[in-house]
Design a binder for this molecule. Structure first.
Ligand code: FE
Length: 358
């Protein structure tokens, strides 16, 4: 959920049906809102994505155990038992190739050749991490020394230690065990576990966008939901133009999601719980073609899934005797709605006719 704008003063709050009559005073715009996924760092962190957009949700212990089974004895000793390989023996000490160094256990990128330097210690050394959020630090008082241990943020694998005698600009020396790392040379294809999260976008029109946006935003695996206008004839429509039926747009919610965490099919199911797909050009108290029911697909795969889903729902007992009128169309341009429509329910504490599907 995006952060509420401090400058937004709602002078009057009424129900969805009378949206056009709501009077607002808007003095500013929250930075980043409407600029796509992750309008705020807060939401990104809540969802466990790093700044460089990798999934860094800590892996469950059972998953780590499963991955660790595939390691050879030395790699297991170092990564799972905080061991240290002998100096000058690791395979990556003298590696000067360009590329990325990933966790040998879970594949998360941890260091880059860009930041590698010759420390003369006999262990691969870097002056910074690929992304600081990919490497965690903890105090290590073992072996009569006071050091800072570094671990993979996703799977907890032991990597080595970090010292404060490195070169500029950080002054840090990340001292690594070669066996903790898997090197991928620049230009080679990275395995899926070493790639950033790939998000997908879906669009749903189900009446007033306030409630639809509110509940999609709560969906597990949904990165961001945003209110806007779509499938009309004009560019950059305003709320007033859409209300006057001048443009043919439908109030639409753009949903950016991680398909690894939630499926498109699950979003469709939620959408059909949220709104009534048998109401033609209206939804709850709101009337007009801007409140039509629609699924605007962004890929052929989405089209197939949406068409099959709508056909299946049309035959389900839930809609017996009533016609499902949901349109399935290729997505045209999405125009973000005015700032005062974004996160409306969260900002105002208002209620909508939309049902919670989660
Ligand atoms: Fe890892």
């Amino acid at each position: 959920m995006r952060k509420m704008s401090n400058n937004l003063a709602v002078l009057a709050v009424v129900g969805c049906a009378a949206a056009a009559a709501v009077v607002y005073q808007q003095a500013g715009r929250t930075a980043g809102v409407g600029s796509g996924p992750f309008a705020g760092d807060e939401k990104r962190q809540q969802m466990n994505y790093s700044k460089s957009m990798y999934d860094i949700a800590p892996l469950p212990r059972e998953r780590v155990a499963e991955l660790a089974k595939k390691l050879d004895a030395e790699t297991y000793r170092v990564t799972q038992k905080a061991g240290t390989e002998p100096a000058f023996c690791g395979t990556l000490v003298d590696n000067k190739k360009e590329g990325v160094y990933c966790c040998v256990v879970c594949g998360l990128p941890l260091f880059s050749s860009e930041h590698k330097f010759n420390s003369g210690t006999g262990w691969p050394s870097f002056y910074r991490e690929f992304d600081p959020q990919h490497v965690t630090r903890k105090r290590d008082e073992s072996h009569g020394m006071s050091r800072v241990e570094i671990n993979c943020a996703r799977c907890g694998a032991h990597l080595g230690h970090v010292f404060d005698d490195g070169p500029k600009p950080t002054g840090e020396r990340h001292c690594l065990n070669s066996v903790s790392l898997k090197f991928h040379e620049k230009g080679t294809e990275l395995p899926p576990e070493s790639r950033p999260a790939a998000f997908e976008t879906a669009y749903f029109a189900g009446g007033c966008f306030w409630g639809v946006e509110h509940y999609f935003q709560k969906g597990p695996g949904v990165i961001d939901a945003e209110s806007g206008y779509m499938q009309g004839r004009t560019e950059k429509p305003t709320y007033k133009q859409v209300c006057n039926h001048d443009t043919g747009h439908a109030e639409t919610v753009k949903v950016v999601f991680d398909p690894k965490r939630i499926s498109y099919r699950r979003l469709l199911e939620a959408f059909f719980v949220m709104h009534d797909p048998t109401q033609l050009n209206r939804q709850g108290p709101d009337e007009g073609d801007q409140y039509r029911s629609g699924i605007w697909y962004t890929s052929d795969e989405q089209r197939k899934t949406a068409e099959a889903f709508v056909a299946e729902q049309a035959k389900s007992p839930r809609f017996a005797g009533r016609k499902v009128v949901t349109q399935v169309e290729a997505a045209k341009t999405f125009f973000a709605a005015e700032e005062y429509h974004q996160d409306y329910i969260a900002k105002t504490g208002g209620v909508c006719h939309v049902a919670n599907p989660w």
